[in-house]
Design a protein around this ligand. Structure first.
Ligand code: GDP
Ligand code: CA
Length: 314
């Protein structure tokens, strides 16, 4: 049994490699839901869907979100009504959100139930679990150009609508303190031979998962069995706005900053070969550094990285 903490794209790429080197059925993936939000009356869960679609081999490799070969006729039709369409939802992707929203509205099904149903329907054999069935919403306080003071933005407003541009002042995970880990999450973390922290955004992908009461403590207890992969290579994220969140929150944008942020619960960190020169600084944080090729150019590199990551704590 393995457990993994996952955000969206970075995690999905890593997990696609992981399920090539271990039986997928042995992996429980605990997925961030802080990015979830409502659009056009539908609940959208970007990270759960990115992981599901990627493990199904159906993801759009160019955008990093949504489905390959997607069309956007529904968005174009919504434009006619002047509905806000800055958050792009493809026609086939919409079916996921329609199904999920309807299942939740009927009552009786939890987000975890629906995540499992969607994954099964896509032929995904790993177990995908949202971090919580309770609503946790990432909020970003940022300085919007032209407006005085700080504006509270929903995560997708900051990230998509404003292209991660407004300087970040603070990040909050609304609802986290009152949220419970989804059924099976703590048991999976306790039972896992190894707990993997995927190369995901430390602030808004891993951060919300750790903010759900009980999860960080479970990792702290298993610290020697926890291994992370740095999402930061050579002082920059491979993709996405991690630098624009880490910097303002006082986390150095480097594998050393990741090590410092994870040190209390993560005993080992895999850093990129290009960062080998910083291994001693990682170790000075009390985190064992293991060097590997961590830029997942394709599924083969991802599989080799997954193997390396598991071996790091074998
Ligand atoms: P999101 O929710 O879709 O933004 O996905 P994640 O939080 O899971 O992934 C974003 C993080 O993944 C970014 O910080 C990237 O630097 C990292 N990432 C993406 N591709 C790679 C890769 O090939 N190697 C490593 N080490 N990190 C990656
Ligand atoms: Ca995300």
């Amino acid at each position: 049994m393995l457990a993994a903490l996952a955000g969206g794209v970075g995690a999905a790429r890593f997990l696609r490699g992981l399920v090539q080197v271990v039986p997928p059925e042995d992996v429980t993936v605990v997925v961030n839901t802080g990015d979830d939000d409502w659009f056009h009356g539908l609940l959208v869960c970007p990270d759960l869907d990115s992981v599901t679609y990627t493990l199904a081999g159906a993801e759009n490799p160019e955008t990093g979100w949504g489905l390959a070969g997607e069309t956007f006729a529904a968005m174009d039709a919504l434009d006619r009504f002047g509905a806000p369409t800055w958050f792009r939802l493809g026609d086939r992707d919409l079916a996921t959100h329609l199904y999920r929203t309807q299942r939740l509205r009927e009552g009786g099904a939890s987000l975890s139930d629906v995540a499992a149903e969607l994954a099964a329907a896509w032929g995904v054999r790993a177990r995908l679990v949202p971090m919580s069935d309770d609503r946790v919403a990432t909020r970003i306080d940022a300085n919007l150009p032209g407006s005085a003071g700080v504006t509270e933005l929903r995560m997708q407003e900051w990230f998509v609508q404003h292209r991660s541009e407004p300087p970040v002042v603070a990040v909050r995970f609304e609802g986290a303190a009152a949220a419970a880990p989804a059924p099976g999450v703590l048991a999976a973390l306790d039972a896992a031979e190894t707990i993997l922290v995927c190369p995901s955004n430390p602030v808004i992908s891993i951060g919300p998962i750790l903010a759900v009461p009980g999860i960080r403590d479970a990792l702290v207890r298993r610290r020697e069995r926890v291994v992370g992969v740095s999402p930061i290579i050579a002082g920059a994220p491979v993709k996405g706005p991690a630098d624009r969140l880490m910097g303002p929150l006082g986390i150095e944008v480097s594998c050393v900053g990741v090590a410092r942020a994870y040190a209390d619960f993560c005993g080992t960190l895999v850093i990129d070969a290009g960062d080998a020169g910083r291994a001693a600084e990682v170790e000075a944080q009390g985190v064992r550094a293991v060097v590997a090729d961590t830029l997942m150019r394709d599924a083969r590199v991802a599989a080799a990285l997954a193997r390396h990551t598991l071996d790091a704590v074998a």
